[in-house]
Ligand binder design. Structure first.
Ligand SMILES: [Zn+2]
Ligand SMILES: [Zn+2]
Length: 141
């Protein structure tokens, strides 16, 4: 049985606040080019359900691909989420959560896009871009 956690978070300036439920407190780090342009380093996120924003008006959304959008705070620019438009889950940026004590880095994706200048010491599952795309398309059919 999985226990659901309820987590709260906010952006750097506090204009965006949200609550969400989390089934697995595991963090995914994405090393792809787009995420690194967006976040400076890998984008690290937790898959969240029932994401509710206290106020929607400061949540800016940009359509980053045909299937996904990314959110950021309209006031301070903090990255908020990656969201596949047809999914109910949001990949919420891990730095937003008030309590991060239960989180574990469990997966790194697009490892073949990672530049050579950094390397996580954490032992995690690793997936290349091709492996992620293969998994994703087998799920969405
Ligand atoms: Zn903000
Ligand atoms: Zn990425």
């Amino acid at each position: 049985m999985t226990e659901e956690l309820k987590l709260d978070g906010k952006c750097m300036c506090g204009a965006v606040q949200f609550s969400a439920t989390v089934r697995k407190p595991s963090v995914v780090a994405c090393h792809c080019d787009m995420c690194r342009r967006w976040s400076a380093g890998p984008f690290m996120a937790v898959s969240c359900q029932n994401v509710t924003f206290a106020e929607d008006k400061n949540v800016s959304r940009i359509r980053s691909s045909d299937w996904a959008e990314r959110g950021f705070c309209a006031k301070c620019g903090s990255n908020l989420f990656y969201h596949i438009r047809e999914a109910s889950d949001y990949q919420m940026a891990v730095g937003l959560f008030d309590d991060q004590s239960m989180l574990r880095l469990s997966l790194q994706v697009f490892t073949d896009f990672k530049p050579a200048f950094y390397e996580f010491a954490n032992k995690t599952k690793m997936m290349t871009g091709a492996e992620v795309i293969a998994l994703f398309s087998s799920h969405s059919d």
